[in-house]
Structure formats: C-alpha cells, structure tokens
Design a protein around this ligand. Structure first.
Ligand code: ZN
Length: 380
C-alpha cells in the first residue's frame, strides 16, 4: 500500500512546516515540500491534509491492556482496553503492564491482549513483572523473559513508596535492574524498569539509594506518577538533574487533584519553568487503572476507569492552557517515551520510521485521522 499525505503542517516533533509525506509498506518513505506521484497514481491512496497538523502517533508508557484495578475487591476489576479506543485517542504505541493484581491477571493474558491490538495495526508491547517483588515472570527469570519473548520489552510497574507494594530492598531493586539491563542488552532492548511511585513520603529515596550504592545507571529506571504531589515533583526535578527520566500520569481524577495530584499539563509547565530538561519528561495515561471515589468517611462511592484519551487531552492542555510550544509538549508523548523504551522507529516523523501518524485539527488538536502501521482510520 502506497499513501501520499499532502499539504500537512508537520511536527516531527520539531516543526518542519508544510510538507508532503509519502508512505510505503507501513513506513515513512519520503518527506518533502512537494512529492510528485505521477506514474503510481493507480495504486496510490491520497490524503489531502489541507493544512492540518501531522504528528507522530502517541506512545503511551503505561496501559493496563488486559484490565487493571481489583484493589477494592473483585467488583473493582476493570475491563480490557479496546483497540478502537486507542485508535480514536491517537495512541498507536502502547506499553502494557499488570498492576497490583498478578493473581487473577497473567502475563499470558496481557500478551494475548497486546497481540490482538497489533492485529489492528497498533504496536503493543508488554512488561514482565507486576507491583510485586520477588518478580512474577513468564519463564521464571526476568532475563530469560526479555531475551526469549520478543514483545516483552521491560519490567514493571514495580511499586515503591506504596502500601500495596512488596516493600522491596535496595539490593532487590538493584538485582532486578541488572537483570533487566543485561537481558535487554542480549535482546537488543532497552530493558527499562518502570517504577510505580506511590504516595508514601519516601518518594524516590529508594531509587536514589540503588543508584548510589550499586552499578545501576539511573537511566535504567523510569519512575511514574511523579505528578502525584508537589513533594514528589520536586524529587523528580532532582532525579532529572542527575540524568534520570520521569513520567507524568495524565488520568488524574477530580478527587485525586483535590488530594494533591497536579494535572500532568500543569506539572509539565512547572517542570519546564524550573529549567528541567524537556527530553527527560514523558507522559502516560495509566489507562484502564481503577480510580476509586470515596466519600468523606472512606466509603467507596464508585469507580472510574483511567481513560486512554487523557494522554491527548493533556498534550492539548499543555499547548492551549499552559502555552507550552506544540513541539515541546508533543515530544513528551512521542519521541521521549519511544526513546525511554528503546523503540527506534516510533515517536518521530522521519524517513524509515513506522507510519504511525495523526492528523490533528489545528485549532483544537482533536484527532481527525489515525494511521497505525500505514492503516488509516478517519474520525471526521
Ligand atoms: Zn501505577
């Protein structure tokens, strides 16, 4: 299949201006101010962007692909992600993880859901492990998981500073990071260790201890939920200054914001205003996680489900409400997470990259068209 997108305002994420983009066999084959398709008209799909914004498909570092939740009993388990929800939300690359529940949820089921999404043109991967330490794995060994199972690309989310975690020691986390690093090296993967940081006051202290006491590069870890509180955000700034990467969660509920969560777009604005290196910041949706609502006495009122659409909404909010330049906001949901996970053909519009693209309304930044592995879905 050959496709020509003409007259698009391209952000790669860097702004390239009005361009034509030629796609062949699921990859970007050419980008130029004008591409003449004469001679191949018969087998060409044409899309006139008419000045709409063309960006890479979003890369979401944390999605509970097979469903999540469960911390409020069986009734609080959430549903799996639907492919159409991801496509409509402009998310074309997804990293799937288990969470608290690694008893009724399994890696086999997680991988099956990831592969079903891939059948729709999405690029879905999964992580070994869960919140728990010692790790729950597929083969019995994290290193073997990463070397032998192609679509397991890292490990996590491992919980620290959280009453639902296993309260791992620094030595245990160092061993996990070392296994992820070596397994990743052997398989040509980043072997990133995704860390769920809970609301415990210690925050990133344990990770700091691991990096100071052991031969573990700080870049091996990706701590998420860093916009959980002002205090954790401050620790995140220090972490990036040491060369670490951080991840902000876009699916804050009203109740979480009332309890101290900082909406991701606002957190990004605060981080950039403080001079934080924008290449070290990513955002993820935590989609399909359960967001329980409690009344003042702690009784469960109901459960919301974290939405995958929150990723695009946070990007748009960063641009429209916090005046962050489009390319700067865009890289936190495309190029940066792709780099954190070692996905070389994702998150950028360049020759040779996968044809995962979004056409956005220039005024609202809403998705008009999603292209995933060269396949087109129009939402107009
Ligand atoms: Zn988490």
């Amino acid at each position: 299949m050959l496709t020509l997108i003409s007259r698009a305002d391209v952000y790669a994420p860097a702004p390239l201006g009005l361009c034509d983009v030629f796609i062949a066999d699921g990859r970007i084959a050419a980008i130029a101010s004008h591409i003449d398709p004469r001679g191949i008209d018969d087998c060409l799909q044409r899309i006139d962007a008419d000045g709409a914004v063309l960006v890479p498909g979003l890369v979401d570092s944390l999605v509970h692909l097979s469903g999540g939740g469960g911390e409020g009993g069986f009734v609080s388990r959430t549903a799996p992600l639907l492919a159409e929800d991801a496509l409509r939300a402009g998310v074309t690359t997804l990293i799937g993880a288990l969470g608290t529940d690694d008893v009724t949820r399994s890696h086999a089921d997680l991988l099956a859901h990831a592969r079903a999404l891939c059948a729709h043109g999405l690029s879905a991967y999964a992580l070994s492990g869960s919140y728990r330490v010692p790790l729950c794995t597929v083969t019995g060994s994290l290193r073997d998981d990463l070397v032998l199972i192609a679509d397991l690309i890292g490990v996590g989310e491992i919980a620290i500073a959280d009453h639902r975690g296993s309260q791992p020691s620094a030595a245990e986390l160092a061993r996990i990071a070392a296994d992820a690093r070596v397994g990743g090296m052997l398989a040509g993967k980043a072997g990133t260790v995704l860390i769920h940081v809970g609301d415990g006051s210690e925050g990133l202290a344990l990770l700091q201890q691991v990096c100071s006491q052991f031969e573990v590069p700080i870049s091996q870890f990706l701590p998420t939920h860093i916009n959980r509180s002002v205090g954790l955000l401050k620790q995140g700034v220090a972490w990036t200054r040491q060369g670490g990467n951080i991840d902000l969660t876009t699916s804050s509920s009203e109740q979480l914001v009332a309890a101290g969560d900082i909406p991701a777009a606002q957190a990004l604005s605060i981080l950039l205003a403080q001079g934080t290196d924008g290449s070290r910041i990513g955002m993820s949706s935590d989609a399909q996680a359960s967001l329980p609502n409690f009344d003042r006495n702690g009784h469960l009122l109901g459960i919301d489900i974290a939405a995958i659409g929150s990723l695009l909404a946070a990007f748009a909010s960063a641009v429209h409400e916090h005046a962050i330049p489009l390319s700067e906001a865009l890289r936190t949901v495309t190029e940066n997470p792709a780099r954190f996970w070692g996905l070389a053909r994702k998150g950028r519009i360049e020759v040779g990259a996968d044809a995962d693209l979004l056409l956005l309304d220039p005024a609202t930044l809403q998705v008009q068209m999603t292209m995933a592995s060269g396949r087109v879905w129009s939402w107009l």
